[in-house]
Write a new protein. Structure first.
Length: 124
């Protein structure tokens, strides 16, 4: 699959939140957060169809769009790619960077502790 741009990802997020959806309902959803031009969104939808990230079916005079990618699967692949590119596949430098800048919240630390404990139990 082709790379999905940040703006295409925003359209995909709108579809993950509510689908199937018409182009107009996607535009309406996106406009809740910031102003989007109708033509821009329709262009992004077309690109996502070409990239096979979303599909559609015609229903009367409207097209209903739906995601072909699961959000969790997509974010997992993208996260792994990000860590491979920037941190040579190691997670600890990423977390250390957040910790040094005080960008980790207590909930983040608690979740990380649980993940580590679970990993240790499964890999002993």
């Amino acid at each position: 699959m082709s790379e999905i741009t940040n703006t295409e990802f925003e359209v995909l997020e709108a579809l993950w939140a509510k689908h199937p959806a018409t182009a107009n309902s996607i535009i309406e959803q996106l406009n809740k957060h910031k102003p989007w031009h109708d033509k821009t969104v329709k262009t992004l939808i077309s690109r996502l169809v070409k990239k096979e990230a979303i599909g559609f079916e015609k229903q009367e005079r409207h097209y209903l769009y739906f995601p072909l990618l699961e959000r969790d699967a997509y974010t997992e692949v993208q996260s792994q790619s990000f860590i491979e590119r920037l941190f040579r596949g190691r997670v600890s430098p990423l977390v250390a960077g957040f910790a040094k800048k005080n960008n980790l919240k207590k909930e983040d630390i608690d979740e990380l502790k649980l993940l580590i404990t679970k990993w240790e139990q499964e890999n002993d």
